[in-house]
Design a protein around this ligand. Sequence first.
Ligand code: MSP
Length: 517
Amino acid sequence: MSKTFYITTPIYYPNGEPHLGHAYTTIATDAVARFHRLRDEETFFLTGTDEHGIKIVKTAAEKNVEPKVLADGMVAVFEGFWKEIGISNDDFIRTTQPRHKSSVQEIIRKLLASDDIYAGSYEGWYDEGQEEFVTETEAKAREFKSAISGRPLTRFSEKSYFFRLKKYVPRLLEYIDQNPDFIQPTIRRNEVVSKLKQGVEDLSISRATLKWGIPMPNDPEHVVYVWIDALSNYITALGYGSGDQSLFDKFWPANVHLIGKEILWFHTVYWPAILFSLNLPLPKKVFAHGWWTSGGKKMSKSMGNFIDLVKMREVIGTYSLDALRYYMLRAAPFGSDLDWTDADFLKSFNELKNVVGNCLNRTLKMIDRYRGGVLPARGELQQIDRDLLAQGEKLAALIADAYERVELQQCAELPVQLARLTNGYIDATEPFKLAKDPAQAGRLDTVLNVAARSIHRVLIGLLPILPKKGAEGLSQLQIDVAGKTLDWLYANPPGAGIKLGDAQPLFPNVPPAGAAT
Ligand code: MSP
């Protein structure tokens, strides 16, 4: 193991329970992290919670509890759910942890030492849901409402410390220009560049009227602006600014910050500018994915279309966790907006079941029926065999390339396409007919062997997205995935003469009336 890979999710506000949106980012990140671990890269996957700021204070007040009590309760729900669905994060950072707070103060000290912070006063609009300053022009254009929640913006005026954001804009524009992969997808990159070119003001980075936050080390009457506090998590979790920076030295810069598109500006403007000021390299990629709606509308509790914990658990209970993972990643090209519908979910579930599950199942059943479960050796190959094997050979490189580009829909679909081809191969070679003719015994051996070889590759390709079902399928082929790398797995298909396992359906039988939600 020599290469390292560091990937992060946003840290979520613990003012409510995790829902489909949070699960989407976290599952996508998990799939990418699993792929890199399977490639034997030393992988660090970070997620966590963003616990300061006005949003938490307000929700806590509504519930009549202290902000920390609200956060503690909700963090347990977030962490518990990630464990329940097998998320493979290596750390979980809470911004209320002492390790984070002291590192953030260290970061502010450094910014002060570089003369990038000055005292002033802020007067203007604020979107409390997004914890975002909104300029007069933007506020007017949005009719003084939040672009995300639609709630009225608030106005405040108070003393504040400012970060010299403007100063870093030319350097940032140059960096974006020279590193075309830094902001992905390209449409998001273009949005950031055009907004940057319209001009940027220095950034207010402290709040004097808020007590729930990390005190500014130079002036404890102020707390650090929640976004500066939150963005820092990507390095404070690695021990930056603490006594032990070994993780930071090993993993920074991050390979990918995976985020939703609504928080792109913070990640591609504020965060890089802070990193410039700290003299640190920028993350290699910030990938902004799209937003989920449900049944064509914004998810909302009152509309009854909210895909919340209860609904996700129902879906997992009926269709399996891996069916949910597959649906999410396959639903749209990664980066585009997505819409949850029951019909779409069922279509995706049936694809997995009928294409992948069925391909494995029929292959194993034929080997059992015709060869007593023992994988036969293959004889002379015909063109149709060579074509399928060639598709299988290509799969690993195509998938690796798709993960590199964070094209997660492709990552999900590529192996399934091979399963579809394999089913077509079985239909075309008609092993059930070959089995009736003793003169075709050698040909039948070859067909069974080639089909098993192909489904073996399908299941390996799906492992990062279907960790459980992929492993279950491979174990029916007598392959134990524990501790194996992708290279090993691809290079070690079940050998001829091996007694394969019993054919067990990979996916549950769900009555057609079963609804996805
Ligand atoms: N705390 C900030 C992030 C700080 S990162 C340094 C925050 N938190 S959040 O709880 O609002 O989570 C936002 C993230 O949740 C989005 O960026 C996205 O990853 C995910 N999603 C929340 N709702 C979503 C959808 N409806 N659809 C897709 N993902 C969305 O912002």
